[in-house]
Design a protein around this ligand. Structure first.
Ligand code: FE2
Ligand code: FE2
Length: 136
């Protein structure tokens, strides 16, 4: 990742999960740059990419947990479901300046700290389990 990201997310034991996390950080950087420039069309596009990526990221982990019978699946999915709803709500209103300000605050104050914590705990434990089941 070359130290270019805003935050270095902790590495987990499954390489494909790390790749997804790195991709998400790139989208967030693009989104924050568009917000800083107050470029409304670029914000709209990056916010859609962000919401889509979060959904794919969470769904993929959930599929893997189900396929391999990870016992604390409901707890991990519960954290995803909470954040899915937050992301969808905040990305839906970026056509207004007020919504864009809200999205910026959400990313910096809620999503990024949440993601660091989530990856350090839920994803870390899940990846350890999946790696023992041959997931790469
Ligand atoms: Fe993850
Ligand atoms: Fe997760």
């Amino acid at each position: 990742m070359g130290g270019k990201t805003l935050l270095d997310l902790p590495e987990v034991a499954v390489a494909s999960m790390n790749a997804t996390h790195a991709e998400e950080m790139e989208i967030i950087e693009r989104l924050l740059a568009a917000l800083a420039a107050d470029d409304a069309p670029a914000v709209q596009e990056a916010a859609e990419d962000f919401a889509r990526h979060v959904e794919e990221h969470f769904s993929r982990e959930e599929r893997l947990m189900e396929q391999h019978g990870f016992p604390p699946y409901p707890i991990h999915k519960g954290e995803h479901d909470y954040m899915r709803a937050e992301v969808a709500a905040v990305c839906a209103v970026v056509d207004m300046a007020e919504g864009r300000a809200k999205l910026k605050a959400f990313l910096e104050q809620e999503f990024l700290p949440w993601l660091v914590n989530h990856v350090s705990t839920m994803d870390m434990a899940t990846a350890h389990f999946l790696a023992m089941h041959g997931v790469e």
